[in-house]
Design a protein around this ligand. Sequence first.
Ligand code: FAD
Length: 310
Amino acid sequence: MPILVIAEHDNVSIKGATLCTVTAATKLGEEVHLLVAGEKADAVAQEAACIVGVSKVLYADDACLANGLAENLAAQVIALAEGYSHILFPATANGKNVAPRVAAKLDVAQISEITNVVSSDTFERPIYAGNAIATVQSTDAVKVISVRATGFDAAAASGGNAIVESAPAVTANDRSSFVSRQITESDRPELTAAKIIVSGGRALGASDKFREVLTPLADKLGAALGASRAAVDAGYAPNDWQVGQTGKIVAPELYVACGISGAIQHLAGMKDSKVIVAINSDPEAPIFSVADYGLVEDLFTAVPDLCGAL
Ligand code: FAD
């Protein structure tokens, strides 16, 4: 039976987590179909058809699918679910909003945030904030799975040649409707897609210091900015910068942690980064236990020095 992957997109382009979800799907060894549900998202469907590993793109086009409203998207997935053994979502905020609805309607248990495919019914997923890996087996007829993007490499975005097939769109539900969206405009890469992240902790002491001290380093490196929960809770950094167990899970090429102690909940969100650099004035800070390079120094001296040297 083929596998259905639900694409995440903004009607203009595909989000990177979809590519990692396709890789997870290909590990199941069956044909992979990709659902693009949106409005006037023809360009996305064409982009989806080029992803290596995808054999068919199902394109559902309707105004009620324009904004990824969970109720409508879940109904669309359920309408197409028959004939699929596995339905995979990226474990993003959007995926986590839709997957449980689909699992509940299909009366199966969701398998959350897998980081490895052992076999068609057995998967690995982190538990206890990533300190243990559980191997879980599902006997459900249909497996509804969310995929942690950092656990899988991205499938190649070009080189594939899938067919694009129109799928009948569902009608809008009458209980919820899209009202508005506030989007933060930024020239920086998106946190979960960034190759380099410069992250700050409580030690920064003020939002001005994030701007004065960390932003120049992030600019030099072309990096996204991140933060610990303590920094976010104190109002030094916006909520969507939070990295960790209750924030975003990231695995960039380079993660620079400035004035972050390395609490287990923060490590849960970044310890899979390829290279970790920690700047902390306390040599005993736990962040040094995961750091590839550690600098025991005052960040207010070290970061401008580093920036000047780049
Ligand atoms: P602190 O722990 O206060 O560390 C500040 C560090 O800065 C210290 O190591 C200190 O030595 C260093 N420092 C101080 N001054 C300087 C200086 N001038 N130069 C250099 N270094 C300096 N946290 C997250 O980050 N993400 C999460 O998603 C998250 N989820 C959580 C979920 C739960 C259920 C709970 C209970 C907690 C969660 N936390 C999370 C909070 C977490 O436990 C820590 O409280 C938080 O990560 C600490 O942030 P911090 O490292 O910035 O602050």
